[in-house]
Design a protein around this ligand. Sequence first.
Ligand SMILES: Cc1cc2nc3c(=O)[nH]c(=O)nc-3n(C[C@H](O)[C@H](O)[C@H](O)COP(=O)(O)OP(=O)(O)OC[C@H]3O[C@@H](n4cnc5c(N)ncnc54)[C@H](O)[C@@H]3O)c2cc1C
Length: 332
Amino acid sequence: MRITDADKPLFTNVWIIAETVGGAIQPVTYELIGAARGLADARGSRVAAIVVGGEADASLFAYGADIAIVVNGPEFVGFNDELECASLNHLIGKYKPEIVLCAATARGRALIPRAAVRTVSGLTADCTGLAIDPETGDLLQTRPAFGGNIMATIRASNHRPQMATVRPNVMKALPPDPTRKGETIREQPPDAGVTNAKRVIETVRGGESGVNLADAKVIVSGGRAMRGPEGFAMLKRLADKLGGAVGASRAAVDAGWIAYPHQVGQTGQTVQTALYIACGISGQIQHLVGMQSCGCIVAIDRNPDTPMMKLADIAVTGDLFEVVPALAEALG
Ligand SMILES: Cc1cc2nc3c(=O)[nH]c(=O)nc-3n(C[C@H](O)[C@H](O)[C@H](O)COP(=O)(O)OP(=O)(O)OC[C@H]3O[C@@H](n4cnc5c(N)ncnc54)[C@H](O)[C@@H]3O)c2cc1C
């Protein structure tokens, strides 16, 4: 809602919307808590994990939450986003959080814009950086803008709560501390009749090609240089030897050589693998924002001066059609 400076102290604490699938708390929840912890410490406030349509467990506290607020019941089966949104708005009205963070997953993207509209708060999607302005206490929400060519920092100085989404694998979870304890509060869904206009018929994981880049530990990624689907078959052989998945630049996806779920970058997946091997990917900013947090980046390109080659921990200058098969062979 629109507020004045005098109203600001009414809004306290940093909330994260926990994501559960089949009763299991998803890793992105811990990444959100990690981000929220830093913000709450800067504000001298607390981190609350909001679990709507699921159950809290001790892991939320181990990863840094102080409070868990749970709203659950049989009516939440499947993804009842109307009821989840009504419940979330009810909680926001009651507790007045200063900041609300949600995962930019399919579920989060269906839920949080509705909540932002109903609280008249605005929402900054797909943030890659979050910080507190020490002067004003405002949330500084950084995200790529204008096709990824600039990083914009957005603030909502006249509205509370300040709401943002973050993609999986962008923020880092803190190391869990199993001795940390927290408080769990149970709330009821709002009484007002909320009808669910949708029915979940089937849940399919991993998209049409069955790839799940978010959970991969190793990605071997190819770009325009791959020349066609056969090039990606070569990358798959290397990825299989490393127990990894195949990724792609948008140029390769747009060319129809590999399906969209493999795309890494601003309009694809954000990944944070231990090892990312970029083969013939020049490293335009729209690709880099999706993989620059990977642990070890290997680039193979015949041009040593590309942004990817500069970013890489190991840069191999050469023809990938020679280097990749040699690498696969060396792995046995
Ligand atoms: C709004 C917007 C969103 C976008 N979103 C994304 C996104 O999510 N993901 C994404 O990837 N892009 C995205 N893009 C596109 C992006 O700007 C680039 O066009 C794209 O990433 C380039 O793909 P590439 O690196 O494969 O191709 P290129 O830039 O053409 O690079 C090909 C590289 O291969 C090297 N090469 C060629 N042949 C060989 C060989 N035989 N051996 C070794 N090296 C070789 C070349 O030297 C070159 O460095 C987006 C663009 C816009 C405007």
